[in-house]
Write a protein that binds this ligand. Structure first.
Ligand SMILES: Nc1nc2c(ncn2[C@@H]2O[C@H](COP(=O)(O)OP(=O)(O)OP(=O)(O)O)[C@@H](O)[C@H]2O)c(=O)[nH]1
Ligand SMILES: [Mg+2]
Ligand SMILES: [Zn+2]
Ligand SMILES: [Zn+2]
Length: 331
């Protein structure tokens, strides 16, 4: 089930594979020799050629971009977030990161922590985070990924993840992606929500035959659930309390999957459902809202179930346990 551990990391910016030892390090400003770069393998006892402590970050020798050390050394997972323009990709992502970073999953994963890695990702997240709380998000997302380090338990080894959510970024990441997300908004506009395009792109990027059933996990996310709250039946699994186990709960996930699939069916998305089933061996549907219900005048958005797709992907990656039912019985 687990993807083979990759020894040679892929640069999150230019997608070149370079051994961790061949990444460059730089002298720190206090060294006085600014701009000096040397390969990681040339750092004796972790010191620069002048015998001082260099900067922690690594520089990709292919594109010259700074890459966080943890990322280069940590066997990162790459997640591509696809979906039509305006389907809610970036808002979901910003809301997810914000929820986890604020400790919203603490009752299920005590001590779970998340860090946004590197200056580029931090600047982007700062911008997105504020905009999510104000409910508007920049419409221009660059091709760069959002890099995060997620620690499931306080002293556990961190899971490094690069999320790509722009068309260009996704296209470049598909050759080595570990998981896929497809965002779909509610509504009856007919169409396949981009599943055929995504399937073709994965086949092309990985040199697979057109009829090859893809083994990458695909999370289909119905976004903006708040816009259709009043259509959801009170007994729906979409309104049930979220399971409180420290893992991914299959029974709940399957119920949500079936309910979401039914909604997508009602909204002329039969092609999406069929396409996901035909092309992806491992796929699951989710329903989320990043902004929640603000009608009662709350200033903060109340996201709902934004973390479910990530938990499923983490379970698929083998990073968190899977539970069959609500009890703690590992499968
Ligand atoms: N009501 C509601 N609106 C949302 C939600 N998520 C996103 N939106 C709105 O939908 C619009 C598009 O959201 P984005 O996150 O920018 O969508 P995107 O898929 O990243 O769009 P592109 O980057 O342009 O492809 C914005 O106006 C968001 O505020 C949600 O959960 N509920
Ligand atoms: Mg976006
Ligand atoms: Zn690079
Ligand atoms: Zn130096």
């Amino acid at each position: 089930m687990h993807a083979p551990t990759r020894r040679v990391p892929v640069c999150p910016y230019c997608h070149t594979r370079t051994p961790a030892k061949a990444y460059l390090r730089q002298c720190a400003s206090r060294c006085g020799e600014t701009g000096v770069e040397f390969p990681v393998s040339a750092a004796r006892k972790g010191e620069c050629p002048h015998g001082r402590a260099p900067m922690a970050r690594r520089v990709c020798p292919a594109c010259g971009q700074a890459v966080p050390r943890e990322y280069v050394e940590g066997h990162p997972k790459v997640v591509a977030v696809a979906g039509a323009a305006g389907s809610g990709k970036s808002t979901w992502l910003a809301s997810l990161i914000r929820s986890v970073a604020k400790g919203h999953l603490d009752n299920r994963f005590p001590g779970m922590s998340l860090d946004v890695l590197g200056e580029k990702s931090r600047l982007r997240h700062e911008r997105d985070r504020v905009l999510v709380s104000e409910t508007v998000l920049h419409r221009t997302t660059g091709p760069e990924p959002l890099l995060v380090s997620l620690r499931i338990r306080p002293r556990a080894r961190a899971v490094l993840i690069a999320f790509y959510d722009s068309a260009d970024g996704i296209a470049e990441s598909l050759a080595h992606a570990d998981g896929l997300v497809l965002a779909v908004e509610p509504g009856t506009a007919p169409g396949d929500a981009g599943i055929a395009r995504l399937t073709d792109a994965v086949h092309a990027a990985r040199g697979l035959r057109p009829d090859h059933r893809i083994s990458l996990p695909l999370a289909v996310i119905l976004t903006k659930l708040d816009t259709v709250w009043d259509m959801v039946d009170p007994g729906s699994p979409l309104l049930r309390p979220v399971p409180r186990t420290g893992g991914y709960v299959v029974s709940d996930g399957v119920d949500v999957h079936h309910e979401t699939t039914a909604w997508l069916g009602c909204w002329n998305k039969a092609d999406l459902i069929r396409g996901a089933h035909t092309a992806f061996r491992r796929h699951r549907c989710f329903a989320v809202t990043a902004l929640g219900d603000r009608a009662d005048g709350r200033r903060e958005p109340v996201p709902y179930r934004v973390e479910d797709p990530l938990l499923w992907l983490l379970a698929e990656f083998g990073a968190i346990p899977t539970f069959r039912g609500a009890e703690r019985t590992p499968s």
